[in-house]
Design a protein around this ligand. Structure first.
Ligand SMILES: NC(=O)C1=CN([C@@H]2O[C@H](COP(=O)(O)OP(=O)(O)OC[C@H]3O[C@@H](n4cnc5c(N)ncnc54)[C@H](OP(=O)(O)O)[C@@H]3O)[C@@H](O)[C@H]2O)C=CC1
Ligand SMILES: CC(=O)N[C@@H](CCC(=O)OP(=O)(O)O)C(=O)O
Length: 347
């Protein structure tokens, strides 16, 4: 059994980790932390977990976590960075669902996250947790900086086009037009997340620059070895869960001569969680809701030189807690889908 701890158990991704881990056959939950709820039974706060999760919140300290084999940080940026070294040095593996260990350039991290990076050596060691792209490194990692939600959808949408050998697209004019449900903003109350603000509304945000942009471009460069230029526009949709990424690329001559459907199907043939849907399909967020699946479809409208890739994930599962458990499974030599076989909840 893997002894697991969760720092940040009162938030959306922390409680989603609980939902998944409660039924994981190889996990023993040792600790779950909250600064404000110490001693309170988790199931009292989350009645959905009653009769399955019998543990109380503890302090987010080393003392609470020292008997774990692996600790998930489902916390805001900066929290994992402050505790990771102590845990890793004690032989405890760490998966950060936040962004502390994603951007490899510390100046870039400081620019986008507004805080200096206190662990540059660990940052260098950390493995970027987009498993379908970095599986072997994740398996042996002591510390994983899990890919962000939008970056997961966009990178998986583009990966087959970037690893086909010769470039197939103009890699400097990629457009990622992404829509997310409100749970992406976390459980903390902000005005924009209020029902009266977000419902019956649809808006773009951070158009001039979102912190996932450098992560997407860094991730695509790690995949292809070449620099890309992405225009990334996130939108907030009045739904609870889900991301739909609509990615536009300009095909070059080689790309226009390629059977894109066959390319995608071949590329992802062995990926348990990536489903390339039949030609002409239109993936919807309800096709993945509550599951760790990514559903993709590639279109070439009117046979012209623009390809449109649609990718949908559940931001809380493949975009966070599910991908984190997938990483844990890989790190401990378990089948990646163990505990992650939930089918999407529909309608
Ligand atoms: N929501 C999403 O779709 C996604 C979120 N993420 C990332 O996952 C992380 C968590 O997100 P989310 O669950 O949405 O956030 P929430 O705001 O819902 O929850 C944050 C959690 O962190 C805990 N926390 C806050 N500050 C500290 C601290 N200083 N020390 C210890 N614990 C702390 C809080 O617990 P308490 O106050 O009780 O201590 C709470 O449980 C973030 O980094 C986010 O960017 C990643 C992908 C997708
Ligand atoms: C709808 C919404 O607000 N989404 C969040 C992104 C989700 C998030 O915080 O995720 P990462 O940990 O992957 O950065 C945002 O745009 O800030």
């Amino acid at each position: 059994m893997i002894k697991v701890g969760i720092v940040g158990g009162t938030g959306y991704t922390g409680s989603e980790l609980l939902r998944i881990l409660a039924l994981h056959p190889q996990v023993e939950l040792k600790a779950i932390t909250s600064r404000g709820e110490v001693g309170q039974a988790v199931a009292d706060m989350f009645p959905a977990l009653r009769k399955r999760v019998n543990i109380a919140f503890s302090e987010p300290t080393f003392e609470s976590l020292k008997n774990c084999d692996l600790v998930f940080f489902a916390t805001p940026h900066g929290v994992c960075m402050a505790q990771a070294a102590e845990l890793v040095n004690a032989g405890i593996r760490v998966v950060d669902l936040g962004a502390d260990f994603r951007l490899k350039n510390t100046a870039e991290f400081e620019h986008w996250y507004g805080m200096p990076h206190s662990e540059p050596a660990l940052l260098e060691e950390a493995v970027y947790g987009l498993i379908e792209a970095h599986r072997n490194a994740v398996r042996t990692a002591r510390l994983v900086g899990l890919a962000g939600c939008y970056p997961t959808s966009v990178q998986l949408a583009l990966k087959p086009l970037l690893t086909a050998g010769a470039p197939l697209i103009d890699e400097t004019t990629i457009i990622a037009d992404c829509k997310s449900g409100v749970s992406g903003a976390g459980r903390k109350a902000t005005v924009g997340s209020l029902f009266s603000e977000a419902s019956e509304n649809f808006k773009a945000y951070s158009v001039s620059g979102h912190r996932h942009l450098p992560e997407i471009e860094q991730g695509l460069e790690m995949i292809s070895g070449r620099k890309t230029h992405v225009t990334f526009t996130p939108h907030l949709v009045p739904m609870v869960r889900g991301i739909l990424a609509t990615v536009y690329v300009k095909l070059n001559d080689a790309g226009q001569a390629t059977d894109l459907q066959a390319l995608y199907e071949g590329h992802y043939r062995d990926e348990y969680f990536v489903d390339v849907m039949p030609k002409g399909s239109l993936p919807e967020t309800k096709h993945v809701r509550g599951s760790n699946f990514v559903r993709l479809a590639i279109h070439r409208p009117q046979g012209r030189d623009t390809a449109v890739i649609l990718a949908t994930i559940d931001n809380l599962v493949k975009g966070a807690a599910g991908q984190a458990v997938q990483a844990m499974n890989a790190m401990f030599g378990l089948p990646e889908h163990l505990g992650l076989e939930q089918l999407p909840l529909a309608p």
